[in-house]
Ligand binder design. Sequence first.
Ligand code: NA7
Length: 547
Amino acid sequence: MSDMNAGALKFAHKSDANPSCDFDLVIVGAGFAGMYMLHRARGLGLKTKVFEAGSGVGGTWYWNRYPGARCDVESMQYSYQFSEELQQEWEWSERYSPQPEILSYANHVADRFELRRDIQFDTSVRSAVFDETAGCWKLETSDGEHCTARFCVMATGCLSTPNLPDFPGLDSYQGETYHTGHWPHEGVDFSGKRVGIIGTGSSAIQSIPVIAEQAEHLTVFQRTPNYTIPAHNAPMDPAYAASVKADYAGLRARAKTKPPGIDIDFNMASALSASAGERQKQYEAKWAHGGIPFMGAFGDLMLDDEANDTAAEFVRGKIRDIVNDPEIADRLSPHNVIGCKRLCVDTDYYATYNRPDVTLVDIADDPIECLTPSGLKAKGEKHEFDAIVFATGFDAMTGTLLRIDIRGLGGISLKDKWAEGPKSYLGLSIAGFPNMFTVTGPGSPSVLTNMLPSIEQHVDWIADCLDYMGQNGHERIDPSPQAEADWVAHVETSAGLSLRSTCSSWYVGANIPGKPRVFMPYLAGLPLYIEKCEEIVANGYRGFALR
Ligand code: NA7
């Protein structure tokens, strides 16, 4: 069914290049990255196997089933573009897709391209060790199975290892507990229950209004208030969907020219040069449009504190307008840089605090003391709950990779190599770990962009590289330590140019105790990143040792 690789050259050397390996390629993870990698690998004729910890495809969208879970990128853009037939035939029902629909889409793709036969579900990879003599990656799975592969692609996702803080007394709590990132498949009915939720990040902001509708009482424990912009979600406008489909290639091409890889309007004018009236008009228009494009209101919002604060103050004004109790509105109002932590996109979040059955507890200066058998203790007060929801985020970008015992040349472990922060070349490969690739790894734009186009760009780059190696008889690829160090320095310099790197977010690992504080994603935007990737290829894979 593939219409992408119809004309692709077959991999010249296949497994006969190294008959001592069981597979040409092992892919870890069957989310959107792993699925597309498998599809491309098949087009190259590679003998490929995928290991997936879940019982189905979809990765993050398989696990994150909390009430209200929804993508914050519009449906028409949060989808694969590698197959024109696929993007023409799939119908999204809402402006922003809910999790179940994204998961249905992932399953549809798996069926349509017959991916399942090469995916082993319910299996995580425990270790991956490079055997220098055989030139194979040796993998061990959670079942104690072993296999070897010439190449290994880590498609392990950026938000796939939930963070459950080590609250004192955690085990003593007798009620139900849930983590937004690992939600029960059968769903949860909170009717008639007293529910506590810890955290006010994106997952909490999406789930709080929905849980509040159900629960007898909901208590929200907020450590840091967050900015959120209304989604104004609605059923998909058929005329809009048709207009996109009439020129899908045009939309995709425009998106590639924008830093976040999303076709949205950016006003490059300075907020500070505009009059107060012009600013208000522009922010109102962006608020009415909804979602992440709010940050495209002015060109200097992420460059200048004063400019940023004009947008922040606008949102604080909206909070004051929406929330009836001025004291609660004040508690909900963030005073850090807007857009520094990932901007949230919501449906009725602030208005939910007008409900008599919702309580906001500010724990900014007074952390949760402990969990108790019947609830938790905070600010000296005991709260009793039938259920506690941990909306406490993820060990993002590196957490999943570092849970696997990955060892490269000389037996060096990735954990040791990354002890002071992740180091990679292009976010795609790691010096000393030959023939291993990461999709949307640290050092790539990944989480700062629309993930699906970024995933496709990475996978295409990796697949083209494997093809090139096959055509040219190369056995091994490894970035040079110098090229890697230069890229790490470039990623760091780019981060320093934006206000985005100035706060304690999961982008810098601040949410995980002991995690090195390094701004992990590449901040210079997708267009520049693509340009650099292409330039490196055009120069004979500059920075890589190929042999
Ligand atoms: P986030 O954005 O990391 O949010 C986690 C929330 O949990 C955040 O409000 C944290 O407060 C809070 N948190 C974490 N640890 C604690 C402890 N120990 N005590 C109290 N509160 C805590 O994760 P999400 O799942 O909401 O969203 C992740 C991404 O998914 C999001 O950016 C989108 O890309 C989709 P903090 O802010 O650290 O003070």
